[in-house]
Design a protein around this ligand. Structure first.
Ligand code: ASP
Length: 346
């Protein structure tokens, strides 16, 4: 809160389409600076909110996002945590759900809003969705309850009228303004003529909790997606990779895999070597239930862990985060199956 009683928001501008401009020679969109972006949103002045900004230099297309850049965002928030009421992260849509998921684990005991947003069209474009996304994200980050506590003390994605828990989101459309979905968790708010918060879905504010910022990660992991006809030699080679610490194993339906002896043997060998294999369904919604079919049960017996209803983005970033802590394998296995930041339905 600033001295004049206005809410204070810190924008962290990482890049993405929202701030891009067309290269006159090639026609391709390239990142542009933050001042350019603000010039197109004069409405921000009438918000009655004090806004400061930190800009990635240069801003990046989010395809270039990396775990060390997540750590940089964590540092930006950690260093400014007491000074601001909330944080808005402007980010490309392509990997926004990965960043939102990673931040939800790296910012333990977060009690302030961290709202990620971006756009499908650059902010200077006539039909841009960037203005509405940016203005509403700022309003949400500044929203307070009557007792002065933040309405949304968690990492969220706001996009096209919908406020979603960040680690439940997935990019579902590369063209529509409704680019994000949250299939396994209800919305936290809808922005229509006014912003309607669904309090029962939002993380509770706990007075006195102190932010614990985490920076370690280990990304020696892989996403392995099953398909009919998958080859023994390829799977065996991948699972035998020496540096490999974990696998997000994308299975069919409720967590099923083909009943091939070699597959189960390769998985069992990997888990017995301490590699952590998490079962995540290829379906856009629903949960893994390995006990439901014989084809899932054999995975359970091979030491594969259920990621339940986690998104791929949440399971992947959580595994990086837990591996980065050098915890005992058994502890990582246990924590991968339970919610640590609201990413799994208990
Ligand atoms: N390629 C862009 C990015 O993710 C797309 C976007 O911002 O929507 O940075």
């Amino acid at each position: 809160m600033s001295s004049n009683g206005q809410a204070s928001i810190l924008i962290i501008y990482t890049g993405g389409t929202i701030g891009m401009i067309q290269n006159v020679d090639t026609g391709a969109l390239e990142s542009f600076n933050f001042d350019h972006l603000l010039k197109h949103v004069p409405e921000l002045k009438s918000l009655n909110i004090n806004i400061d900004a930190i800009t990635f230099d240069p801003p990046i297309d989010s395809s270039d996002m990396e775990p060390e850049l997540w750590s940089r965002i964590v540092t930006n928030i950690e260093e400014n945590y007491e000074r601001y009421d909330g944080f808005v992260i402007l980010h490309g849509t392509d990997t926004m759900s990965f960043t939102a998921s990673a931040l939800s684990f790296m910012l333990e005991d977060l009690m302030k809003p961290v709202i990620l947003t971006g756009s499908q069209l650059p902010i200077g474009a006539l039909r841009t969705d960037g203005k509405e996304n940016l203005i509403t994200a700022i309003e949400i980050a500044a929203a307070k309850n009557s007792d002065g506590t933040p309405v949304v003390p968690e990492v969220c994605v706001f996009f096209h009228e919908k406020l979603m828990r960040g680690n439940r989101t997935t990019k579902i459309n590369s063209e529509s303004f409704g680019a994000f979905g949250s299939n396994n968790y209800p919305l936290l708010a809808m922005a229509g003529t006014d912003i309607q918060f669904y309090t029962r879905n939002i993380k509770k504010y706990v007075p006195g909790l102190k932010l614990k910022a985490h920076h370690e990660y280990n990304s020696n992991i892989i996403i392995l997606s099953l398909f009919p006809g998958i080859q023994q030699e390829v799977i065996e080679k991948v699972l035998a990779t020496k540096e490999l610490k974990g696998v997000i194993f994308r299975t069919f339906g409720a967590g099923n895999a083909p009943q091939k002896k070699w597959l189960i043997e390769a998985l069992s060998k990997a888990t017995s070597e301490g590699k952590i294999i998490i079962n995540i369904t290829q379906c856009a919604g629903g949960s893994v239930h390995m006990e439901r079919y014989e084809t899932g049960l054999q995975l359970l017996e091979a030491g594969v862990i259920s990621g339940k209803d986690s998104t791929v983005e949440a399971a992947l970033t959580k595994l990086m985060y837990l591996l980065g802590k050098n915890l005992p394998v058994e502890e990582i296995r246990r924590r991968m199956s339970e919610s640590i930041a609201g990413e799994i339905t208990e």
